[in-house]
Design a protein around this ligand. Structure first.
Ligand SMILES: Cc1cc2nc3c(=O)[nH]c(=O)nc-3n(C[C@H](O)[C@H](O)[C@H](O)COP(=O)(O)OP(=O)(O)OC[C@H]3O[C@@H](n4cnc5c(N)ncnc54)[C@H](O)[C@@H]3O)c2cc1C
Ligand code: SF4
Ligand code: SF4
Length: 1024
């Protein structure tokens, strides 16, 4: 097979620009699936890193790339979400991975004929969401529903939730379009679909799929406990005989029940946020059906269970099992690895197979299964997915992996077969696919792809199949060894490795790579590349821990840029505390290892340490926003148990938020005071920047100021401030031994309570009716749990109609601020647009928000993306119905953003190089030890400066700090020309800028020197 060389790279780059990637880390992340390959098998698979990853946007692009690849003999490997564990997506011969993330549209929903046509990259969850809008739903889906793609399931094949009634997925497909190696677009229908289904992309790249769907009906579920697998089998047969209108039937074995009972619960800032529902140590069968059949099914099941020594479990257990059906990977937390073995067996042998596995495999095999009423050959079948907890970091993992062969042998003995082929089970292809299909597939492949470029080494032939055959022969010898491996179950974080905390290491290996966190992570959807997703980061961390990767500034930035939205924590199938883990790394990377944080944070830190705020405003101006008429009633001299904490942005930029918040609180009769000039930034920017020393210093000042007031409650308007007072200050106070008895409340909680109690009411108004929506800020929502109160306030205002965005409350999408905004403004605009588009989709005229940073980001985004939707602060919106008027924050936001954006561009190696290019004269004059004169002299001698060039990387870092004080005035002049700074900021620059340069230069100089070397030589030679 051919490789992608320089010429090919240039072609791809020119053609597809940002949608093709050659970055080594990124390619690595597109070179694996969910399985952890044992170390003894890895060498036989070889290198699995593709040469390139490509994300097409349409069919035409795929046609073009396939034709090109075919001509050159370059392998093409299609990839959905890589949630399969059979190695189908692994590029064993290099080549180009085609990732379908950008092809995930619903093409057509045909309500009359109950069909839907989609692009291959759409996930089941996303498709179901779209269908439900039309009163339809999926007939069946895999339990990887939150992440796996429609195209991936057709290519991989399989059964899942709903298969009891609807069989295998391929039986529900009407047609599919695929691109053949010569670029032909072929539509596969009827029997021909066999050539695509279960074929893992070796016969065509699927670009469109039409499937059957069904009307949406409310579901109901029942869980039944059975004492043993034989009774379970009997129970299922009885239900089949009675022809009960059951839609889905899944089961787990007692070991799985036990593991689930032991698995960690989902946590929120260290506290469990779900109840433990204990399962009996039994075979638990969960059936789902349409609610309208509830009576019929319940009365039949009640009779049947009596004949099978079974019992119906509580509704609570049934609901829990059903709700958690996608979260089976939680048991991986106890491994931290799982050896998977998946087989399909005739239902009539389910009991015998389960018994024999228990007898022969002396390891805790946790199992779950799916029942198919009409299996491949018309008879009922059971899919058994077995997992053996193990630890991939240990050599014994190789032996435990061998037990997969034992389970397979047992299944085959009872007329069963492995689940799929992929990379590992090609020697079983005839059995898995059926002889006829296997031969047809082989013949078709030979005809259309003689060079074998489409997903080489999968399904029908490779050398791994041979190794597996040898393994099968050796199985009787391997099994006893594997059975002696002692398996520990439970979380066992040990010691830090390379500075990574033990618990984070454990999580890295517990991550199942299921991908549930990928699509909904704003960092991922803002860019579309795996390295930005939690899944990609966990994989990278494993590589780092194993010494295969090193920290680069790019990787540091990748961890830092996470917006801390916390959505991933809720989506994770293993309930991993993802964001808190990244938070720990922020401290390690920046505070301990002294790596570079985002440059604008250095500016904020300098300003914060000087004046107590991040906007470079003077401390004396902090209180300017406070309404004069309320100064006596709520100003700093007032004594109260409640302190209103405005935060920096409301104090200096979006002042309407502060003014409106105190107006609202005052109107609602709330007693409170204000810290005035004693208020400091809450510290959130420093915490997320990893500048924990500055954070601690700031936090202490704030706690002290509140204590001095004799207050015990801090009322916030800014969600980041709220997060600090509610969670981080208590946490850090405990860590540092500081007494902390302060409660945090958001003003919306207080005002809503007053409304609820009838103590506060908005007056009638004659305003034009307005339709609004509410954006849940991540920090007030997912972190502080305040979802309903802001809505209650909006709904209490007469003449306002309220509409929800599709993603609301705990599922709400992030706005894209602050970290992304200051690191990559263009990406932030993409993220912000996604959220504002939701508001536009539901027809809202205004997006009501309550976070200064979200509001800032939405305003910048709407401006950049020309979106016609207005952002209004909640307090402002509400208080305006009390008759108050407020200053327009938009002009100040624009003014401040212009400063920030220019700063962001300046504080990069390219920005600084550009700046230096405007001051060569002064820089050379400032060189110490008469070096400036010498350099000028060398400039006159041809060739000498070029000879000196290799010395520049050594000289510059030594000279620059000595030159800085001398060039500072001119440098500030040049900065002033580039950045439209307000006067107060400009005045402080002589103090702030040197601190910023001191913090940044040691990190940037390496990248800066190559950019300035030639321009310096050119200047000295008089060329510029
Ligand atoms: C938690 C969890 C639960 C799961 N539950 C089930 C289940 O209930 N039932 C089940 O069957 N499986 C299940 N799986 C396995 C897996 O999710 C499914 O096989 C899924 O259908 C794979 O989809 P994908 O988008 O991830 O495809 P990938 O894994 O990316 O790809 C699978 C195969 O399809 C090929 N392919 C992908 N897209 C295309 C395309 N457009 N054209 C041609 N070839 C393509 C790939 O090359 C590969 O060979 C589960 C996995 C996990 C992690
Ligand atoms: S907290 Fe948000 S941005 Fe960060 S990794 Fe999780 S989902 Fe992505
Ligand atoms: S972090 Fe959680 S959701 Fe994401 S891939 Fe890992 S286990 Fe799955």
């Amino acid at each position: 097979m051919a490789k992608i060389g320089k010429k090919e790279k240039n072609y791809l780059k020119e053609k597809f620009v940002e949608r093709v990637c050659f970055d080594k880390v990124e390619r690595k992340l597109y070179g694996h699936d969910i399985a952890a390959i044992p170390s003894l098998i890895k060498p036989f698979i070889g290198k699995t890193i593709p040469d390139a990853v490509f994300q097409p946007e349409n069919e035409e692009e795929i046609v073009e790339i396939i034709k090109w690849a075919y001509k050159k003999g370059i392998p093409v490997i299609p990839r959905g979400k890589a949630t399969s564990g059979y190695g189908g997506v692994i590029p064993i011969k290099g080549g180009i991975v085609i990732d379908f993330w950008r092809m995930r549209r619903v093409i057509q929903i045909d309500e009359k004929n109950m069909t839907v046509t989609v692009q291959p990259g759409i996930t089941w969850e996303e498709l179901d969401r779209e269908l439900k809008k039309r009163g339809l739903t999926l007939r069946l889906y895999p339990t990887s529903y939150p992440s796996s793609t429609v195209g991936g399931w057709l290519a991989q094949g399989g059964a899942g939730i709903g298969s009891y009634e609807y069989g295998y997925f391929s039986q529900n497909v009407i047609s599919a379009k695929a691109i053949l190696p010569d670029g032909t677009i072929k539509e596969f229908k009827g029997e021909e679909l066999e050539l695509l289904s279960d074929a893992e992309g070796i016969t065509g790249i699927i670009t469109e799929i039409k499937i059957y769907v069904k009307p949406y009906q409310e579901e109901d579920v029942i869980s039944i406990a059975c004492p043993d697998p034989h009774q379970t089998q009997k129970l299922i047969f009885k239900m089949i005989e009675e022809n009960l209108p059951i839609w889905s039937m899944i089961f787990i074995n007692p070991r799985m029940a036990e593991m689930k009972n032991r698995a960690p619960l989902m946590e929120h800032h260290g506290h469990p946020i779900e109840e433990r529902v204990l399962l009996p140590a039994a075979y638990i069968l969960t059936i789902a059906f349409e609610k309208k059949h509830e009576k019929q099914i319940k009365s039949s099941v009640e009779k049947i269970v009596k004949t099978c020594e079974a019992e119906i479990l509580s509704e609570r257990i049934a609901k829990h099992e059903w709700e958690k059906r996608f979260k089976l990977m939680i048991v991986k937390r106890l491994g931290p690895s799982l050896v998977p073995a998946e087989v399909i067996v005739p239902l009539e042998n389910l009991g015998d197979v389960m018994d024999e596995i228990e007898r022969k495999v002396n390891q805790p095999v946790v199992k779950e299964g799916v029942i198919i009423k009409k299996g491949k050959y018309g008879k009922p079948e059971a899919v058994i997915l077995g997992f053996i907890p193990s630890d991939q970091r240990k050599f014994s993992y190789n032996f435990v992996f061998g037990l997969v062969l034992t389970i397979m042998k047992i299944a085959e003995k009872y007329g069963g077969r492995p689940y799929a082929t992929g990379l590992y089970f090609v020697n079983k292809a005839e059995k898995i696919l059926g002889k006829e299909k296997f031969l047809k597939l082989k013949e078709f492949k030979k005809k259309i792809d003689p060079k074998g470029i489409l997903n080489p080494g999968k399904v029908i032939h490779n050398k791994i199949g041979g190794i597996l055959s040898i393994g099968e022969v050796l199985e009787p010898i391997l099994r006893p060894i594997a059975n002696t491996v002692s398996t520990q179950i439970g979380e066992r974080p040990l010691k830090p490795i390379k500075g990574i905390p033990p618990d984070v290491i454990w999580y890295a290996y517990s991550c199942s790579q299921c991908g549930y966190c990928v699509d909904e992570c704003d960092q991922f959807y803002g860019r579309g590349w795996e390295s930005q997703s939690p899944r990609g980061k966990w994989f990278w961390l494993r590589e780092y821990i194993e010494g295969k990767e090193k920290w680069t500034q790019k990787m540091v930035d990748t961890f830092l840029v996470c917006t801390t939205c916390e959505l991933c924590n809720l989506r994770c199938s293993a309930a991993l505390p993802i964001e808190p883990s990244w938070m720990k790394l922020r401290g390690k990377l920046i505070n301990e290892d002294k790596k570079m944080t985002f440059p604008p944070f250095e500016m904020m830190a300098a300003s914060l340490q000087k004046e107590g705020d991040i906007w470079a405003g003077y401390r004396k101006d902090r209180t300017n926003w406070f309404p004069e008429d309320l100064w006596g009633k709520h100003g700093p001299n007032k004594k109260s148990k409640n302190v209103y904490f405005a935060g920096c942005t409301a104090s200096y930029v979006e002042k309407d938020i502060g003014i409106a918040s105190v107006r609202l609180l005052d109107a609602a009769g709330v007693d409170f005071t204000y810290l005035g000039e004693k208020e400091n930034c809450c510290g959130t920017p420093m915490l997320v920047a990893g500048k924990w020393d500055v954070f601690v210093e700031t936090m202490k000042k704030n706690i002290e100021a509140v204590k001095e007031k004799g207050a015990d409650t801090v009322i916030t308007s800014c969600p980041a401030c709220d997060m600090m007072w509610r969670y981080y200050y208590p946490l850090w106070a405990k860590k540092l031994g500081i007494e902390y008895n302060i409660k945090a409340k958001h003003y919306s909680e207080i005002v809503a309570e007053k409304i609820r109690k009838g103590e506060f009411k908005f007056p009638e108004n004659k305003e034009k009716p307005v339709k609004v929506t509410f954006h849940d800020s991540c920090h007030i929502g997912r972190v502080s749990g305040v979802y309903e109160e802001p809505r209650e306030i909006i709904k209490a205002i007469p003449n306002v109609s309220f509409v929800e965005m599709p993603f609301n409350r705990q599922n709400a999408h992030c706005c894209g601020s602050v970290l992304t905004l200051i690191k990559e403004p263009d990406v932030a605009a993409e993220i912000g647009k996604k959220r504002l588009d939701e508001a536009i989709e539901v027809g809202a005229e205004k997006v009501i928000a309550l976070c200064p940073c979200c509001e800032f980001q939405f305003r910048v985004t709407a401006d950049k993306k020309k979106l016609k939707v207005e952002t209004v602060d909640l307090a402002r919106f509400a208080a305006s119905y009390l008759g108050y008027e407020f200053p327009d924050p938009n002009s100040e936001v624009k003014r401040q953003w212009a400063v920030f954006e220019a700063m962001i561009h300046l504080m990069t190696p390219a920005g600084f190089a550009n700046l230096m290019g405007t001051m060569w004269k002064e820089l050379i004059d400032a060189m110490p030890f008469g070096m400036g004169k010498m350099m000028r002299f060398f400039g006159k001698i041809p060739g000498i400066l070029n000879l000196m060039k290799p010395l520049f990387p050594i000289l510059f870092p030594r000279l620059l700090p000595m030159m800085m004080p001398k060039v500072l005035p001119v440098m500030l002049e040049r900065i002033k020309e580039r950045i439209p700074m307000p006067d107060y900021m400009l005045e402080q620059m002589p103090e702030i800028m040197p601190k910023v340069m001191d913090a940044l230069m040691p990190h940037m100089i390496k990248d800066l020197v190559p950019l300035v070397s030639q321009p310096l030589i050119d200047y000295l030679r008089g060329k510029i």
